[in-house]
Design a protein around this ligand. Structure first.
Ligand code: COA
Length: 387
C-alpha cells in the first residue's frame, strides 16, 4: 500500500477541492449562503438578473446597473442559425431535451462575443439557454419557435416563449424564486466539472458543455421528472405506503430524497415548498400539493425504517418538480430549466477559477495487475488472458 492508497476517498466525499466566495453549503445545519445572503432571505425577493449580477460581481446591482445588465442579456440572446437547425433535427428525431441542449451549447462558439468584451460572452451563453430550451420544446410540440420579446426579463421571457402569451406576475415570481434557489450550490458535480475544464486553460463553451453533461444524470439534476412521476403514480395518499415500500424493497432509490452533503433537510426544499404552496393556493387547487406533502411524509418515515442512520431527507428536486409543474413547465424541461439557472453559477465559478487558477489534477489509485509479459498476437488465446 502506498501513500495514494491511504488517501483514496470514493466520490471525493468531504474533500475540499476549491475555495469560493460564491456559495456555502452547511450540510449539518441545513444552511445555504449565496454570496453572503442566507438563501431564504434573497431567493423569494430578488429578480433572477439581480441574483446573476450578485454572483458575477459580488454585489447586488443598482437600478441602473440592473437595467444595463438586462439590456446586455437581451442583446446577446439571438441564436446562431446552426443552433436552430440542430434543435429542429433534435426535436424531429426524438433527441431528448438535455441532449439537445448539450449538442447545441457547443455550437454557441459559432457566434460569440469575444472573451475580452467584459461580460458579453458570459451574458450570451446565459441568455441563449432559455431560448434554446423553449425552441426545442416548441419544435417538439409542432409549434413555431418564438423569439424573446424585447424588454422582458429572462424568467418572463422564458415563460412567454413556452406558452406564447405573457405570463402572470405570480408565475414570474415563482419561477424567479426557483431560478434563484438553484443558481449555485458549492462544489456540486456539474460545477466541479466546469472548474476542472476551465482549469486546463480551456474555454467557457467547453466548460458549459461538460457541465450540462454532468447535470443531466439522475443522481444530480435529472431527478425532478422521476420525482413528479412517482407522485402521479401514487395518485392518492392512501396508496403511498404500499407504493414506496415496494420500491424500497426492490432496492430502488426514491427520487427527490437523500443528498451527499445535507444530512438534515435541504433548505432549498423549504423555499421551494413555500413558493409551491403560494402558487397552488393562487390557482385554487391544492390537491397535488397536499398529495406531494403526504408522499413526502410517508417517504421520510419509510426511509428511516429501510435505511436507518443514513439521514435521508427531502432534497431540492422533490419541490422543484411540484413548483415547475404548477408553472405548467413540461416535465421534459425540468432539467433544462435547472440548467438555465445553474449556468449562471457555472460561469461565476469558471471566472473565479481563472482568476486563481491552478490545474485541477488529482491522483488515482492503481488496482490493476502488474508485471505482465507481452504475448505475440499469433500466440494469444482467450485463456491466455489476451482478450
Ligand atoms: N432512496 C433510497 N435509498 C437511498 C436514497 C434514496 N433516495 N439515497 C441514498 N440512499 C441509500 C443508499 O442506497 C445507501 O444505502 P446503503 O448504505 O444501504 O448502501 C445509503 O442511503 C447512502 O447512499 P449513498 O449512495 O452513499 O449516498 P450518496 O451521497 O452517494 O448519494 C444521492 C446522494 C443524491 C446521489 C442519493 O441520495 C440519491 O441517489 N438520491 C436520489 C436521486 C436524487 O434525488 N437526486 C437529486 C439530488 S439533489
Amino acid at each position: 500500500m502506498n501513500d495514494n492508497q491511504s488517501h483514496y476517498i470514493p466520490g471525493l466525499e468531504g474533500v475540499v477541492a476549491a475555495q469560493t466566495r460564491l456559495s456555502h453549503v452547511d450540510g449539518e445545519a441545513g444552511e445555504l449562503v449565496i454570496a453572503g445572503f442566507p438563501l431564504e432571505e434573497i431567493a423569494p425577493r430578488a429578480a433572477f438578473e439581480e441574483m446573476v449580477y450578485l454572483l458575477w460581481s459580488g454585489e447586488l446591482p443598482t437600478a441602473r446597473q440592473l437595467e444595463e445588465f438586462r439590456f446586455l442579456l437581451a442583446e446577446n440572446s439571438r441564436l446562431p442559425a446552426a443552433v436552430l437547425d440542430v434543435l429542429r433535427a433534435a426535436a424531429s428525431t426524438g433527441v431528448d431535451s438535455m441532449e439537445a441542449l448539450r449538442m447545441t451549447a457547443g455550437l454557441l462558439s459559432l457566434d460569440l462575443p469575444s472573451d475580452s468584451q467584459g461580460w458579453a460572452q458570459d451574458a450570451a451563453l446565459l441568455a441563449r439557454l432559455p431560448v434554446m430550451a423553449a425552441t426545442w420544446w416548441r419544435l417538439r410540440s409542432g409549434l413555431q419557435p418564438l423569439e424573446p420579446p424585447p424588454g422582458m426579463g429572462l424568467a418572463s421571457s422564458y415563460l412567454y416563449m413556452l406558452r406564447g402569451s405573457e405570463p402572470h406576475p405570480a408565475h414570474v415570481r415563482a419561477l424567479e424564486t426557483y431560478l434563484n434557489t438553484v443558481i449555485d450550490h458549492g462544489l456540486n458535480a456539474s460545477t466541479f466539472t466546469a472548474r476542472v475544464i476551465i482549469s486546463t486553460g480551456s474555454d467557457l463553451v467547453s466548460a458549459l458543455v461538460g457541465a450540462i453533461g454532468a447535470l443531466k444524470g439522475p443522481l444530480h439534476g435529472g431527478a425532478p421528472g422521476p420525482a413528479l412521476q412517482m407522485v402521479f403514480e401514487i395518485g392518492d395518499p392512501d396508496q403511498a405506503e404500499a407504493y414506496l415500500r415496494k420500491k424500497l424493497e426492490s432496492g430502488e432509490r426514491l427520487m427527490g430524497f437523500g443528498h451527499r452533503v445535507y444530512k438534515v433537510r435541504d433548505p432549498r426544499a423549504d423555499v421551494l415548498a413555500a413558493a409551491a404552496e403560494t402558487l397552488y393556493r393562487q390557482a385554487g387547487d391544492m390537491r397535488l400539493y397536499e398529495l406531494a406533502r403526504a408522499v413526502e411524509r410517508k417517504a421520510l418515515e419509510l426511509l428511516e425504517e429501510y435505511k436507518p442512520g443514513r439521514r435521508l431527507q427531502t432534497n431540492v428536486e422533490f419541490y422543484t418538480a411540484l413548483l415547475l409543474h404548477g408553472l405548467e413547465i413540461p416535465l421534459e424541461l425540468f432539467t433544462p430549466t435547472f440548467t438555465i439557472s445553474r449556468a449562471a453559477g457555472w460561469i461565476a465559478h469558471c471566472r473565479e477559477q481563472q482568476r486563481e487558477n491552478r490545474l485541477i489534477r488529482p491522483q488515482s489509485q492503481y488496482t490493476g495487475p502488474r508485471d505482465r509479459r507481452w504475448v505475440p498476437l499469433e500466440k494469444r488465446t482467450e485463456s491466455s488472458g489476451a482478450s
